[in-house]
Design a protein around this ligand. Structure first.
Ligand code: 2BA
Length: 101
C-alpha cells in the first residue's frame, strides 16, 4: 500500500476531498498550518494501492491551484510581501503495514 500525503490550501482541499470521495477513495483531512506563512492549510492522507497513485495525483492536479497570497512580515516595520503558494505539496510513501482493527 502507498500513502499519498497532500498539503493543500483550504478551498482546494475541500474540492479534492469531494473528488476523492466521488471516485471512491478513502481520505482523511487534518487541519494544519504552514511553517513559513503560518496560514491555515489542510493535510489530506489517502491510502491507496500502488496502481491508484497516478489517478490520485491527477485529481490533486485538477483541484489544487497556485495562488499569490500576502505574507505579513514577522519583522517590525516591514511591509507585507507577496508569496506564491501551491498548487499542492505531495509526498508519496510506502506503507509498511496497514490494518483495520
Ligand atoms: P508554508 O510553509 O506556509 O509556505 C507557504 C509558501 O511560502 C510556500 O509555498 C513557498 O512558496 C513559500 N516559502 C516557504 N518556505 C519559504 C522560505 N524558507 N523562503 C521563502 N519562501 C518560502 P509551497 O511551497 O506551495 O508550500 C505550501 C505549504 O506546503 C507550506 O506552507 C507547508 O505547509 C507545506 N510544505 C511545503 N514544502 C514542504 C516540505 N518540504 N515539508 C513539509 N511541508 C511542506
Amino acid at each position: 500500500m502507498q500513502l499519498v500525503m497532500v498539503i493543500a490550501q483550504p478551498d482546494d482541499a475541500s474540492n479534492l476531498t469531494e473528488a476523492l470521495t466521488q471516485a471512491d477513495y478513502r481520505a482523511t483531512r487534518l487541519d494544519s498550518a504552514g511553517g513559513f506563512l503560518r496560514h491555515g492549510n489542510a493535510t489530506i492522507l489517502i491510502g491507496v494501492e500502488p496502481y491508484q497513485v497516478q489517478d490520485v495525483l491527477r485529481l490533486v492536479q485538477e483541484t489544487c491551484h497556485a495562488r499569490t497570497v500576502l505574507s505579513q512580515s514577522l519583522l517590525p516595520g516591514k511591509n507585507t510581501s507577496e508569496v506564491q503558494v501551491g498548487g499542492a505539496t505531495v509526498f508519496v510513501m510506502d506503507v509498511g503495514r496497514f490494518e483495520k482493527l
